[in-house]
Design a binder for this molecule. Structure first.
Ligand code: FMN
Length: 578
């Protein structure tokens, strides 16, 4: 039973920030920092419902604080924390995960309570030692270790590496059966409800969060679930969004099903990188996102914590390998041990791609590339060399490179599937005809375009259109809710040059409008000068239709360039091609 203790509103330059404090179990208090207006998180992660950063206090004979909060909550959080507990008597600060949105106030806690023992995984403590400007007492824990706070509050730790970050642990209180999981089982969802009372409202955010942060490490999720199975859990106290109590088993079941499906997927790419090196994390996750658009699973592995057995296993079952070059070991000319293991296990049937992380002391990329090519592996995209901070443009490059690798690995399968479709039904479906269009979109410095025929008018009031966009299209990432784009209508008898141009295979990150006459629409997207007509559109919703997204949009404005011109018509013979 949850009793609300207080809720204190406050305005901040970063948006509306409020605090919610409540008893969530015996001797256990949640301090939830509600960030109502946060609209961006990590890469490509657009928030519609804000987020929360949840921190917890457990009081036995000794007191433990579990995770802190984002720096933007410094005053609100610290004021409230000292009301809730005497920091001079605080014994432990448990860090389930060191990402700044949870660890942003550790320094402040240590400033006021320098005697506190910080508890975390080995990797977490190493990260914190680099981050903190002061020495601190620490205790490294892993699965099976316990910490007795007294009054029955024996805390058990569960290692959950790679569940978003390599440092993750869960903390379980035997007395209350509360499992504190930080990022895991979270969602970016901010409202006054402390618990998961109305699951259907939360499901889309829960799944989106899983897909973005946990899906890339499905095998690690399954390992962590296996360790969790030994525990009786009554409440999952996550670090983001509502706490999961009313439908706890169902949420865990969803993680299990999604991860099993992901891990079972026929095709897997093993993506090796060193998380805390250069811009590795962002590049790795963006490439992974591009690969996953093609339905290929990705396992992200931090080479600084993975053992050689794990690396070998993954290379063995992967159809493709992506490597973010790790820092040099510094021991003479010896190659990084992770790279040596990959070379010893890789086979000629695999595809690969390499990227440099901008760390400054990378293992040399080109000699390693030559070694993989000598083994017969085929390169799916040219090496990505990032020196400065990543931008939207480099994100697009990485996303498209990942998609190219995924498409290379699934090509044979796709051809087989489309052949298997030949039938009377297929020919009947092919009688559905359509027009021909080029969809164009521009977002910040990034643009893209695609030839489309699956386009319909979808509403009168407001005026709306819908398009079907395959999940692995490059332009897909520019067609999220709120994004602007232009529907360029092609003209009968004059469409061939544009169709030929936009059907080219564009290398990752290349300019698709080079050599094409365009001018900007009011919404910023390119209008093709050779189009018969154009419509300026804004995405209002996206519906998942297995291998395509149905993108619904309202139309703001439009024009016809030649009043008597006719729209290019597209007739097909079969329904298994556009
Ligand atoms: C006649 C024709 C119509 C097409 N219509 C669509 C469509 O409606 N939706 C879609 O996702 N792809 C469609 N495509 C496929 C894309 O235009 C094509 O694969 C393009 O090269 C996308 O490449 P990209 O993934 O690199 O952006 C069509 C292709 C052709 C030939």
């Amino acid at each position: 039973m949850v009793a609300l203790v207080s809720s204190s509103p406050s305005q901040h330059s970063a948006g509306r920030l409020t605090l919610q404090v409540a008893d969530i179990a015996a001797d256990t208090i949640a301090i939830r920092c509600l960030d109502w207006d946060r609209d961006r998180f990590d890469i490509e992660f657009e928030l519609q419902n804000g987020t929360t950063y949840n921190s917890f206090l457990v009081q036995g004979d000794q007191t433990a604080l579990i995770d802190t909060s984002h720096r933007k909550f410094r005053e609100l959080y610290m004021d409230r924390l000292v009301q809730q507990t005497d920091l001079a008597a605080l014994d432990y600060l448990i860090v389930n995960h060191t990402e700044p949105d949870h660890s942003g106030l550790i320094q402040d806690v240590l400033d006021r309570a320098p005697h506190v023992t910080v508890v975390g995984s080995k990797v977490a403590i190493q990260f914190l030692e680099n981050m903190m400007h002061r020495p601190f007492q620490s205790r490294v824990v892993k699965s099976g270790h316990t910490l007795d706070l007294g009054q029955g509050h024996e805390l058990e730790f569960v290692s959950a590496p790679n569940l978003h970050w390599p440092d993750t642990i869960f903390t379980y209180d035997v007395a209350t059966q509360v499992l504190f999981t930080c990022d895991v089982f979270g969602m970016h969802y901010c409202d006054d409800f402390m618990l998961d009372e109305v699951p259907h409202l939360l499901e889309p955010d829960f799944q989106y969060y899983y897909n973005c942060l946990m899906g890339p490490n499905a095998r690690s999720v399954l390992m962590a679930l296996k360790r969790m199975d030994k525990l009786t859990v009554s409440l999952i106290a996550t670090g983001h969004g509502p706490l999961l109590q009313q439908h706890c088993d169902s949420w865990v079941g969803k993680y299990r099903t999604w991860s099993q499906n992901q891990a079972k997927a026929e095709t897997l790419v093993a993506l090796f990188y060193v998380d805390e090196y250069g811009h590795s994390d962002r590049l790795a996750r963006t490439i992974a996102g591009g690969i996953m658009k093609t339905g290929v699973a990705v396992e992200l592995v931090d080479l600084s914590v993975a053992d050689s057995h794990e690396v070998r296993e993954l290379v063995h079952c992967a159809a493709g390998i992506v490597i973010g070059m790790p820092p040099q070991t510094g021991e003479g000319s010896a190659t990084h041990p992770g790279l040596s293991t990959i070379l010893a296990t890789a086979t000629h049937r695999q595809g690969f791609g390499l990227f440099e992380t901008g760390g400054g002391h990378d293992e040399p990329l080109y000699p390693f590339r030559a070694q993989l090519q000598e083994l017969g592996l085929s390169e799916a995209f040219p090496p990505i060399l990032i020196k400065a901070s990543p931008t939207a443009t480099t994100d697009q490059l990485c996303d498209e490179a990942g998609t190219d690798l995924g498409q290379q690995l699934t090509q044979v399968q796709m051809v087989k599937q489309s052949k298997a479709l030949e039938s009377g039904l297929d020919r009947a479906l092919g009688r559905i005809s359509s027009g021909l269009y080029i969809i164009t979109a521009q977002k910040d410095d990034v643009n893209s375009a695609m030839l489309a025929s699956w386009v319909i008018q979808a509403s009168f009031e407001p005026l709306g259109v819908a398009i079907a966009v395959a999940k692995d299209r490059a332009i897909e990432s520019l067609l999220h809710v709120g994004d602007h784009w232009v529907l360029n209508v092609l003209e009968e008898g004059r469409y061939q040059p544009l169709v030929k141009h936009f059907l080219k295979r564009f290398p990752p990150g290349s300019d698709r409008f080079s050599g094409i006459d365009t001018y900007p629409a009011h919404n910023g997207s390119p209008i093709l000068a050779q189009a018969l007509a154009y419509l300026e559109c804004e995405v209002t919703s996206r519906l998942e239709a297995s291998d395509h997204w149905i993108i619904c949009a309202t139309v703001q404005t439009g024009r016809v360039s030649k009043p008597d011109g006719l729209t290019a018509v597209h007739h097909r013979k079969v329904g298994n091609h556009y």
